[in-house]
Design a protein around this ligand. Structure first.
Ligand code: GLC
Length: 700
């Protein structure tokens, strides 16, 4: 046994971290080492693509710190919800490190299919494992309070049950591969304007029933290894130092035993974060280590409080592949995962309109493709939700594979336009994705020539958004004047020749539809469908796949019909101003706040009330190429059985929802052939006073 020397614990020879000796190792740590374990290793990993720094996984968002003398490795944390986000190339290597670009969260929830979402999670989790990532910083799952939130593409729904169940499936999938997840951003992070300081002011009843409920379902049913506390304040307190949220609710009420980390915040009140039960400060700055040591030495932070967080860091470390010495291959099966990405996209695409069976397109037809998105599909959003995909399958190429010929003269004009607008290559755009290319103006003559040479028109309208900014009303939620003109003229010209017009929405969030949806013959909501999005859309348009997606969010007629529109930070000019209720308090950095004055009136909870305005497309809406007969539900205790019969002419899947009056259960059939019936047995989420009882999965 070596003796203790001043300030440095020289360890009994051979003590090294194991799953069963965490307390022993904890007792050997010096105060400085404890502080190092709860503060991340900084931006070195995230910026390695630019700096060339030697790190375990270049491009991974963050790491923890190692304590080699005790056998404590550094673990790797990487984004994101639609796929692992790491550098696709490395200095000194001819290998590539692409990751599969899966569909965005809003499309995954549009599948209403927990089985396919679990498969997506497993594929992403496998890529994390094989590239050396220990915790995936996903799923993003904040409630769609308002369609202008810049990150709704990463999030699932306006409904907490659908959001929670989809998130739980995703988490189970990822963690089935032996890597962790991080449910984010906990909590009430429903806008991007002033995201670091905005104070979300929500009543506790509404918070529990809507904005925490989905996190509760995910935590209780799937046991995420970590939770990411959000940037914002909640009723005046930064969530990252909110003991009520992180300890009283998350741990004491929901029995959560995992780790809580911050979002990628700079310095805040590190001691207060520790005392609240926030265990890991990411990305981490050395000044936070010094602050913790100082505060403990001055008696302003109990070392016992620090030990609680250190123990949770060690409990996380011993679960990770790097601790277990997993030999990462750096060669995940991207081809197999691409199939999963395509199948998920096919299940989440929503058919909103199909008059006189304009769809599916006839084999051998010639399609005039309008819109930049027809040739340059937006596969996903920007920010930490971006993925370095190996490719994006484009709609024009994929349609050709489905036996639909693309009208070449028009395609040539668009390809020329796209070439004339190359994405601005920079490290930041590489890391966070690029904005959409501006639409190409289309002359009437071009329209007439296309309408003569083609059998129908397909117009793709695209929208891009990402973290750090909210969306705008003008030219974003609302169609732009050039888009309206294109749509109006195309319908006039093609309809005059008895030819159809189909609109494809390649968007990350809700757009206005009521003012123009009567113009085209069909409307397909493709969302941002991932790297295989072109294939998925082509297979839906050609009829190879029958659409089965349903809306996870309401499409209102008018933005201002939304109760939350009275308290969302934007102004008519489309600039993001301070939040609606904001005022410059004497606090630092122009603190703003948003009052969730609408309370429970979020989405269909409002629009389904008597006297509420009508909507353009309701929550749960989606058409099919076939039709189904659904039996009366038979209730027995907390289960309900429902039979679904395909009474149409083509194979398809159907979604069943129990709303009473809020969503209490849902399920999706397998692919039913014409005439085939399936009986679904669903478990109702129990109403327990105002609180759902969440099914507690054994062993979590
Ligand atoms: C970002 C995001 C978060 C992400 C993290 C690491 O700012 O808010 O979702 O996981 O930083 O990139």
């Amino acid at each position: 046994m070596l003796v203790m020397t001043a300030n440095v614990a020289v360890l009994a020879q051979g003590l090294t971290l194991r799953q069963d000796n965490i307390d022993e190792v904890l007792s050997e740590l010096t105060l400085k080492e404890k502080a190092e374990l709860v503060v991340g290793a900084g931006y070195k990993s995230m910026l390695a693509g630019m700096t060339g720094a030697k790190v375990a996984v270049p491009g991974a968002a963050g790491m923890t710190r190692a304590i080699p003398r005790l056998g404590i490795p550094a673990i790797v944390l990487s984004d994101g919800p639609a796929g692992v986000r790491i550098e696709p190339s490395r200095k000194g290597s001819t290998d590539s490190f692409y990751c599969t670009g899966f569909p965005i969260g809003s499309l995954l929830s549009s599948t209403w299919n927990t089985e396919i979402v679990e498969r997506v999670g497993a594929a992403i989790g496998n890529e994390a494992l094989e590239y050396g990532v220990d915790v995936l910083l996903a799923p993003g799952m904040n409630i769609h309070r308002n369609p202008l939130c810049g990150r709704n593409f990463e999030y699932y729904s306006e409904d907490p049950l659908l959001s929670g169940k989809i998130a739980a499936s995703y988490i189970r999938g990822v963690q089935s591969q032996g890597v962790g997840t991080s449910v984010k951003h906990f909590a009430a992070n429903n806008q991007e304007t002033n995201r670091f300081w905005n104070d979300s002011r929500v009543s506790e009843e509404v918070l529990r029933e809507i904005y925490l409920r989905n996190f509760e379902i995910a935590v209780r049913e799937a046991g995420p290894w970590t939770v990411m506390a959000s940037y914002n304040r909640l009723n005046g307190i930064h969530t990252q130092e909110d003991k009520w949220l992180l300890t009283d609710v998350l741990r004491n009420e929901w029995n959560y035993e995992g780790l809580v980390m911050t979002d990628w915040t700079g310095n805040r009140n590190t001691a207060a974060q520790i005392q609240a039960g926030c265990d890991l400060m990411e990305p981490g700055k050395r000044s936070q280590i010094r602050e913790l040591v100082r505060k403990v030495k001055k008696g302003e932070l109990a070392e016992a409080d620090l030990d609680i967080c250190v123990r949770r860091v060690l409990e996380l470390v011993v679960k990770t592949p790097v601790f277990k010495g997993y030999e990462r291959s750096l060669k995940p099966d991207l081809a197999a995962h691409a199939v999963v990405a395509r199948e998920a996209a096919e299940e989440g695409i929503v058919l909103l309109k199909n008059d006189q069976s304009a769809l599916p397109l006839a084999q051998g037809a010639v399609a005039a493709l309008f819109g930049v998105g027809s040739y340059q599909l937006l596969a996903g959003g920007t920010g930490s939700g971006h993925v370095h995909r190996p490719y994006v399958m484009q709609l024009d190429d994929a349609l050709a594979r489905e036996g639909i010929t693309v009208f070449a003269p028009l395609a040539a004009l668009y390809r020329q336009h796209i070439m004339a607008h190359p994405p601005k290559k920079s490290f930041l755009s590489g890391m966070l994705g690029s904005p959409a290319i501006p639409e190409m103006p289309v002359s009437y003559a071009t329209l007439e020539s296309a309408a003569t040479g083609a059998d129908m028109a397909v117009i793709t309208l695209s929208r891009q958004a990402g973290e750090g900014g909210d969306r705008h009303l003008d030219d974003d939620f609302l169609l732009s004047d050039p888009e309206i003109r294109l749509l109006t003229d195309a319908c006039e010209v093609f309809h005059s020749l008895g030819k159809k017009v189909i609109v494809v929405l390649n968007v990350g969030g809700v757009v206005e539809t009521a003012s123009w949806k009567q113009l085209p013959d069909a409307i397909v909501l493709g969302w941002q469908p991932g790297q295989e999005g072109g294939s998925a859309l082509a297979r839906i348009l050609s009829g190879s796949v029958c659409p089965s997606g349903k809306l996870p969010v309401t499409f209102p007629i008018d933005y201002f019909d939304l109760p939350s529109s009275a308290n969302f930070p934007f102004d008519y000019s489309g600039r993001n101003s301070m939040s609606a209720g904001s005022e410059k308090e004497n606090d630092v950095k122009n603190v703003g706040y948003t009052v969730y004055e609408e309370g429970f009136d979020v989405g269909y909870r409002y629009f389904s009330q008597p006297g509420a305005p009508a909507v353009s497309y309701p929550f749960g809406f989606g058409l099919s190429y076939t039709s189904f007969e659904v039996s009366e539900p038979v209730f027995s205790g907390d289960t309900v059985s429902i039979s679904v019969k395909n009474v149409g002419a083509v194979a398809g899947k159907e979604v069943v929802m129990i709303l009473d009056p809020v969503l209490r259960a849902f399920g999706k059939t397998r692919l039913l052939q014409p005439g085939e019936t399936e009986t679904l047995i669903l478990t109702l989420a129990e109403l327990d006073t105002t609180h759902f009882v969440i099914e507690q999965r054994p062993g979590i």
